[in-house]
Structures are given as C-alpha cells and as structure tokens.
Ligand binder design. Structure first.
Ligand code: WTA
Length: 660
C-alpha cells in the first residue's frame, strides 16, 4: 500500500465506502435529454486529445484563431498557441449580441435578504464601468489586482473587468487574516487592492476594510485601495486614507468612459493567480492563463452539469476559492448561464436558507461541498422538507471525498431520488474538473468520482512509477497536459517543477491517493502529503506549525489533520511549550487565537495537546503518522524507528486525559 492510507486520515471513510455497493444509473428520461449521450466520446478524445480540445475551443470567440493546439515541452504547456481572445468578451460581450442579452446572468441574494439581478446587458455595462475605473486608477495590462471581498456582484464584475484590460487578478478569500492577505499581495506585487466596507455573515459584519488596512500597511506595491460600499456608513464606518483609498461609487462618478475595448490577449496571457496551500509554510501562487482555461472550464461546465439554456445554476462556493473562479465566474458565464450567488451563511436567519433559495429562484443545478451536506444532515431532515425542491434536476459535489452516507442523504433529501449526482474531483492546479461522471452516460457509485473526463489521462502509480493493479492504492497522476492546467507557480518555476513534475518526470503528481475498482472507477483516498483538507479547504500543516511557533510560548509544534465527522479533517496540534510556560486552558485559547490572527479562522486548531517532546525518528523527522494514529484513537503502528518511545506513551496519556 502506498503512503496514501497512512497519511490521508480517511481510513474510516474507505471502510465505509466499501459498505455501499449500489450503483445509480441515469434515469432513461435524464439520459434521453442529456447534452452528452454518446459514450464513444471517451474513445474519440483518447485517440486524438488535441483534436478533441481543438473542437472544444471552437465554442469560444477568438479575435485570432490559434496556429497550434498544444506546445508541450514538459512540464511547460502552451495551449492554442498564437490565438488571441479576451475572457471578459467571451463571458459578456458575445452574449449581448444574442437573445441572451436580457437573460439573468447573476441572480444575487445578500444575507439580509436584499437582492439584485443583473442581466447580461447589465453585466456588460457594469464590467465596462469597472474596467474604466481600473484604468483611471492607473491599472494597465499585466498589472496585478488583489481582491479581498464579500460575495457581492462587484466581485464577479471586478474580475471580468480585470480580464477585460488584461490585468491578472488574485482573489484572497475573505476569511483570511491580514497577515495572509499581506503575504499574498507581496508575493503577487499587486498594485491595487479591491475590498468592501464589510460583508454580511451570520447577521454580523465582516470588517474587510479594517483587515485590508492592517495588511496594506506592509505592502509597498499597493498604490490604491478601491472600496465598494456594501453595508453602508450607518452600519460600519471605515477609515479612508487620503490619496490611497478610493470609494468605488465616487470613482464611478468621475469616469466618463462607458465602454472599454477588450484587449486582444494572447491565449497564454495570465488571467489570474490563485494561492493554495502546499507542504511548506509558503502558499503557492498557481498561475492560470486565458485560452486553455476558458476552454476547459466552459466545456466541463456544460457537459458535467448538463447545462441547458433555461437552467438556474447555483454553486455555493466562495469566489475566493478556485471553485468559484471556474464554476461561478468563468465557466458558467462563458456559457451564458444564469448564475445564483449568495452572500452569507447557510444558517441565517435559519437553517433552511439554502432550501429557501432553491425554492425561491427555482434552482435546477446545485453544486456544493460534502462538508456542507454533512452539516445539513446533522441539522435534520426537517429543514429541506420545509421547501419545494422539485426544480432541482442535477446536483454536484466538490472539495473532498463524499462519504456514501452523505451521498445517499443528499440524493434522497435534496434530490428526492430524481437528480444525478456528479462527484467532481479536481484541484486549484488543474483549473477544471478532471474526474467526474458525465451524468447522461455514467452510472454513479456513492463515494466514487467515477471516470476521468474525456481527454484526461489519469492513472494510479506505485512508488516505482508502475500502474497499480485494480483495488490497490497509489499516487493519482495525470499523464497528459490539459488546457486549464496551472502553467507555473508565480515567481517560482523551480518549485512548480519540484512539486508536481519531479517524482515521475513528465507526469503530473496530484498529491492525492486513489484506487481503481474493477469497473475502472476512481476512488479518491485523500492527500498523501502534508496537506490537510478542512471543510474542503486546503491547509498546509507547515503553515499552521509556523504560526504556532511564532508564538513566544511555543518551542515546537506538529500539526496533523485528524478525521472529523463534519469537516472531513480537523486541525489537531501537538505543542511543546518553552520551558517555564505552563500549559493550561488560557494558553490553549491564546494559541488558537494566534493561529486565527496569523492565517485566518479556517485554520483554527480544533484541539491542542501539550507534550514535553514530539515523537521523532532517529533522523529527527516528526512522526506525523503516529500523531494521527493517536489523535484518531487507532492502535499504534510501528514505532521502532522512534528516538524515544516514551514520548508516545506520554502523549497518549495526555490525549486520553483531555478526551476524558
Ligand atoms: C480534494 C478544490 C475527493 C483533493 C476544487 C484535492 C477531492 C484537493 C474532490 C484540491 C473530490 C477535491 N473527491 N477529493 N470530488 N475534490 N478534492 O485545490 O484532495 O481547494 O487534491 O481545489 O481537494 O483542493 P482545492
């Protein structure tokens, strides 16, 4: 067995997976109307992947057609070489030349219940105005723009405005701390930061501008902060620094330009940078470019979600993550879809908010995360039962393996047995969905993401690089380039090569473990590296460790992801205090808060244990597997390589005492 089982923390999930053996073929009615009905597409794409992706590229409007589909000098890919296009043009301008001009593009609901609907025509106008403001603030093609925003239409509008003028954006999720925001701005050298006076979350205001102020105090590259008024000054006063800070509504009042010509950009022009956690303390800026990314996201969106002209599509992710980039903004809008966007929490004002939205807007396609589904399960069946969910016709999941129990609950209580479920496996790095059912063709099995999308060549390898037999775990890899793949790590191409392309040269290493069953279905087994998946959000254990050791009371820290029934994994920290420091509840609370301050609330450790020493091998490596075994209450594995076996006994004792 590969290292996947020992480090994924999802061993219990695997056991549970094996208990559910039903398969769910698409209903005859669904299959008959599906966008993709002919399974021969898998063979066609396999035999001629470049031809397959080239025909997909015809779905976009190009100012200039590409000369070559792919230039592959492993691991460096260029797609649709020589082609020129603009993502904003493809997501907006081309639709207003058709009957879609008055179709809803964004159906937005704020947490307090305020709503806005922007037709494609409205979106066109707003994107142009935002682009004019960017130009007015001195942003030019190639400059980076950071966004630290609530889920309001201006976020999508702002991204498209950046794409229009060729300024790559980098969105930092609104749950990140000032330090995280600062580091990402400094790494990307962004010139402008776009934020808001606040955003609504569970009835309170998230003070995004205050956090931005703290961050940009240490970001020399930032020239201006553009502030959207979301909550209003009667709710929250923000400080505006003369000369640096600009209200968006005031900037709009100054511009006279109503139209900004979309730049004719090279297919490989950078579209955005998205930071994601890796195995070191420093997050990696994944660089996505224009042509291939738009081809990959729009094709997968149409085929996997079986998108029809009259669908109402809701992806519940935040645009601060890659899921929101690919499947709220670029894929769906390139396809001219009606996209629902919701600002706030699923339990505000009550635990039926999502189902209220489904009923209110007649949502037909719902895309959400297993951790949310498990939360809804715990809240109880009565909440979805309060609403008419019969508009739904297809549902998806993303972000982590879904346990069959949650799958079945989703299928019964939300889909009422009528909706195919697409379990979509992909990553920030892949840009587009990679392993997934095509809902009209593939029979689903709860817990399996099923098969690679046409044109994607996935495999599972052992340590020596050989394909493993069926039902044996190994490293999930992708053996051929694909259009939406990350092109590099911003500013660190060596790290890109080392992280993804070195274990097996010329082959992309995903960092996930997987196995294949006798039907060729892929079962994802969680991460094989030191990356933790909490509620579908990636965190590096090293990031949390660095945060902990930056506290004066901490000498050393080891962080692991322990299985958690709701969040998938939870952060558990083992801390060695400095001498003279007394571990107690006050210190625990302080350390948790310290991590929140350094990274953000999403990294808050669930539990902290104190230990005089951390278990280390003779070569001084912390034995995380052992810590995970302790935290998950498993029998201990081999500890013969341990430097001091007594350490384990002490930690176990401490653990047992605090559990009891
Ligand atoms: C995990 C989110 C199992 C996986 C789009 C991957 C999944 C990481 C699934 C990427 C799935 C995502 N089944 N595991 N359907 N989807 N993952 O970069 O470990 O935030 O490597 O991208 O999430 O997380 P990221």
């Amino acid at each position: 067995m590969s290292s996947s089982q020992e480090s994924s923390g999802s061993v219990t999930t695997i056991d549970a997976l094996l208990q559910e053996t039903r398969t769910f073929p698409p209903s005859a009615a669904f299959a008959a109307q599906a966008n993709v009905r002919d399974a021969s597409i898998y063979q066609v794409a396999h035999d001629d992947p470049e031809g397959f992706w080239a025909s997909a590229a015809n779905r976009l409007d190009w100012f200039q057609r590409w000369e070559r589909v792919l230039e592959w000098d492993a691991p460096w890919a260029k797609w649709f070489v020589g082609g020129k296009l603009n993502a904003s043009y493809n997501c907006v301008d081309r639709h207003i030349k058709t009957a879609r001009r008055n179709k809803a593009a964004i159906i937005w609901e704020g947490e307090p219940g305020d709503t806005r609907v922007l037709t494609y025509r409205d979106l066109y106008r707003e994107v142009n105005r935002f682009a004019a403001v960017l130009l007015d603030l001195g942003v030019r093609k190639g400059d980076r723009v950071a966004f630290y925003m609530p889920m309001i239409p201006e976020l999508a509008i702002g991204l498209l405005a950046c794409a229009r003028i060729g300024a790559p954006h980098t969105v930092i999720f609104g749950g990140f701390s000032a330090e995280s925001l600062r580091d990402r701005i400094n790494d990307s050298q962004a010139k402008l930061c776009v934020t808001a006076d606040g955003g609504w979350r569970r009835g309170g205001v998230v003070p995004l501008k205050d956090t931005t102020d703290a961050a940009v105090a240490q970001t020399p590259s930032i020239e201006h902060v553009l502030v959207i008024q979301r909550v209003g000054s009667d709710v929250r006063q923000v400080q505006m620094q003369e000369g640096r800070d600009v209200w968006y509504h005031e900037a709009l009042g100054r511009i006279t330009q109503k139209y900004v010509e979309p730049e004719q950009l090279d297919s490989e022009h950078p579209l955005y940078i998205m930071y994601t956690s890796g195995t070191t303390g420093k997050p990696k800026g994944q660089l996505h470019t224009t042509g291939g990314y738009l081809v990959g996201t729009s094709l997968t969106h149409e085929w996997i979600f079986d998108l029809k002209e009259d669908d109402v599509y809701w992806c519940t992710a935040d645009i601060g993550w890659v899921t929101g980039h690919s499947y709220i903004v670029y894929g769906p809008l390139a396809n001219g879809a009606s996209v629902v966007m919701y600002e706030g929490a699923p339990d505000f004002p009550d635990k039926d908010r999502f189902w209220d939205l489904v009923e209110k807007y007649g949502i037909t396609i719902l895309y959400t995360a297993p951790t949310s589904i498990r939360t809804f399960m715990r809240w109880g069946d009565q909440y979805p039962a309060m609403h008419d969910l019969s508009s739904l016709r297809l549902m998806g999941t993303v972000g982590e393996p879904i346990n069959p129990e949650a799958w079945i609950w989703y299928h019964n209580n939300i889909g009422h047995g009528n909706c195919p479920i697409v379990d979509t496996w992909w990553q920030t790095e892949t840009g587009e969905i990679m392993i997934t059912p095509l809902p009209g063709i593939i029979a689903t099995k709860p817990g399996s993401a099923t098969r690679p999308f046409p044109g994607i060549e996935a495999d599972i390898l052992d340590e020596a690089g050989n394909s493993v037999p069926n039902n044996v775990g190994g490293n999930l890899v992708i053996k051929r380039p694909w259009p939406a793949m990350s092109r590099t790590i911003w500013g660190d191409p060596d790290r890109y090569v080392a992280t993804y392309w070195s274990k097996y040269p010329g082959v992309y290493l995903t960092g996930d473990g997987a196995r294949r069953d006798d039907d060729g279905y892929f079962w994802l087994l969680g991460r094989v590296d030191d990356v933790v998946n909490v509620s579908g959000h990636r965190l590096g254990t090293m990031e949390v460790e660095s945060a902990l050791v930056s506290h004066p009371a901490v000498a050393e820290a080891a962080v692991i992801g322990a299985s958690d029934p709701i969040t998938g994994q939870a952060i558990v920290a083992f801390v060695t205090p400095r001498s003279g420091q007394q571990p107690n509840d006050a210190l625990t609370a302080e350390l948790k808060e310290h991590v929140v301050q350094s990274i953000g609330a999403l990294a808050r450790p669930k539990r902290i244990y104190y230990t005089a020493e951390l278990p280390k091998t003779r070569s001084a490596k912390i034995m995380r597997r052992l810590l995970r075994d302790i935290a998950e209450g498993r029998v201990l594995g081999d500890t013969t390589t341990l430097l001091d076996p007594n350490v384990v006994a002490q930690i176990k004792e401490q653990y047992a005492a605090s559990e009891g």
